[in-house]
Design a protein around this ligand. Structure first.
Ligand code: BG6
Length: 472
């Protein structure tokens, strides 16, 4: 890998602390960063270099013993900071000079990777200033790329996403823009495509003729914790629905790409999302539930009269011969009894015929309990399992359910396995956009979500208790 400077806007924020910095350190320890790399954090405060490193050290959310102290220390040796406000042009002049000084020291033009993890209202100022200071361009000899890693939310609705996209398109080429949805980079999500297309066991059945319904759940045990100020007014649908949940839907619903190259995969994901049938006034109340956990309005940073949802369930449909009539239930909530993200694909119970009544479905005439179910467990305890039926030992022919399963935890640790943010940073360094959302994917998901948000207020708000298991 070529020499690269990683410039972080929002280095003292929650995301940098929880995800970004630990991932960068993880890559450093795995020797997956360029030999020559530097991190420049943009911050309002003034520090000595040592104070800055110490503050990053204490800010980084890593477990005791997770990394060797010596590695952390060497890692932090690569850090420096630029003091200033994000909208102050002078700061960018000084940043450009600091980058030039590093280039001079290394004796070559380095790559520049910008990471924006700041409130979206600040995007425009930062992006414009980066471009105005010509940090979006390679050096005079054509070496040294610039790439932008941009966090969600990518806009607030279709219009704002379009404006952001227009702005980005004016200042950068598409190859320079890396729109993060960290779910796409989860190993267990990447496995959906591998599992579907590397095995011939399920793909022929991946069709309305055999599939009854799909249920995608993202349940979290955590409340909004200390993120109330950010979360309030955003809500579950924008926070995880428009992005993470729809990313999972795309991987289940998409057709096989022509190749496993970046453009073909992204095209198919986008195509699947573009076929989502918009909610109509008739289906709005029937197909959507929104909820809020008791005590949400007392959380730090939340308005006492807030009607922000912390839970939603949507019955979505995909307009294609493959999926006609198959409901996709999309569901997410905070403050649930347990953290669990999984996708259940329910197969129609073809054994559910009167002739098989006694043996196969006895006192379950609708065969609800007699469906084969394929489950992708995204987290925790990542894996895949299949529910199937076998004869119950004994003199009568009746069946009972069993499970075939694969758990990542049962296999030997894979030294090459990367965490989601490790993978994203790695791919941005090497310029692979496969696990990043394309404009078409983002626009298609907003097209589905925006009309729901516009009528959100018309829906009753279900209150639920913290630690709930299920919402009726
Ligand atoms: C983030 C949301 O994008 O995803 C959070 O803003 C949510 O509210 C998180 O908790 C879930 O991600 P993960 O990787 O912890 O499942």
């Amino acid at each position: 890998m070529e020499p690269t400077i990683f410039i972080i806007f929002g280095i003292t924020g929650d995301l940098a602390s929880r995800k970004l910095l630990p991932a960068l350190l993880g890559l450093y320890v795995k020797k997956m960063l360029p030999k020559r790399f530097a991190v420049i954090g943009i911050t309002r405060r003034s520090f000595t270099r040592e104070e800055f490193r110490e503050s990053i050290r204490s800010h980084m959310n890593i477990k005791q013993g997770q990394f060797k102290e010596e590695d952390v220390k060497h890692f932090l040796d690569h850090f420096s900071y630029e003091q200033g406000m994000f909208d102050d042009q002078k700061m960018y002049v000084s940043l450009a000079a600091s980058i030039k000084a590093i280039d001079d020291r290394w004796g070559q033009c380095s790559n520049k990777l910008f990471h924006l993890s700041v409130p979206p209202t600040l995007y425009e100022g930062i992006l414009t200033n980066v471009a105005q200071s010509e940090l979006n361009k390679p050096c005079a000899d054509g070496t040294g790329w610039t790439r932008i890693l941009i966090e969600k939310p990518f806009g607030n609705d279709t219009n704002t996403a379009q404006s952001l996209d227009k702005l980005l398109g004016k200042l950068f080429d598409e190859e320079q823009i890396f729109r993060i949805d960290h779910y796409l980079a989860k190993e267990s999500l990447q496995n959906i495509l591998a599992f579907r297309f590397a095995n011939n066991m399920f793909e022929p059945l991946w069709h309305r003729q055999y599939i009854d319904k799909v249920h995608i759940k993202l349940f979290e045990k955590v409340t909004v914790e200390n993120r109330g100020q950010f979360y309030d007014g955003v809500g579950a649908l924008k926070d995880v629905g428009q992005n993470h949940i729809l990313a999972m839907l795309a991987l289940i619903a998409m057709d096989e790409p022509k190749s496993f190259e970046v453009n073909d995969i992204r095209r198919e994901r986008a195509k699947a999302l573009s076929k989502l049938i918009p909610i109509t006034p008739r289906t709005f109340e029937k197909h959507i539930v929104r909820g809020q956990y008791d005590g949400y309005i007392s959380e730090l940073g939340v308005r006492p009269e807030s009607t922000t949802e912390t839970y939603f369930r949507i019955e979505a449909h995909v307009k294609s011969p493959r999926w006609k009539g198959v409901p996709f239930y999309l569901e997410s909530g905070k403050a649930f009894a347990e953290a669990r993200t999984e996708i259940d694909v329910y197969f129609k119970s073809t054994s559910c015929k009167p002739a098989n009544a006694k043996a196969f479905h006895g006192d379950d005439p609708k065969c609800i309990e007699k469906q084969n179910v394929l489950t992708f467990r995204i987290q925790p305890d990542e894996g895949i399992k299949v529910r199937f039926f076998v004869k119950k030992p004994g003199v009568t022919l009746i069946t009972e359910p069993k499970v075939l399963k694969f758990r990542y935890a049962d296999t030997l640790a894979h030294p090459e396995a990367l965490g989601d943010y490790e993978r994203l940073i790695h791919d941005a360094f090497v310029g692979d956009q496969t696990l990043f959302a394309s404009t078409d994917e983002i626009m298609a998901s907003w097209k589905f979500v925006t009309p729901i948000l516009e009528k959100w207020g018309d829906l009753p708000m279900k209150k639920y208790k913290k630690g709930t298991v299920e919402i009726e």
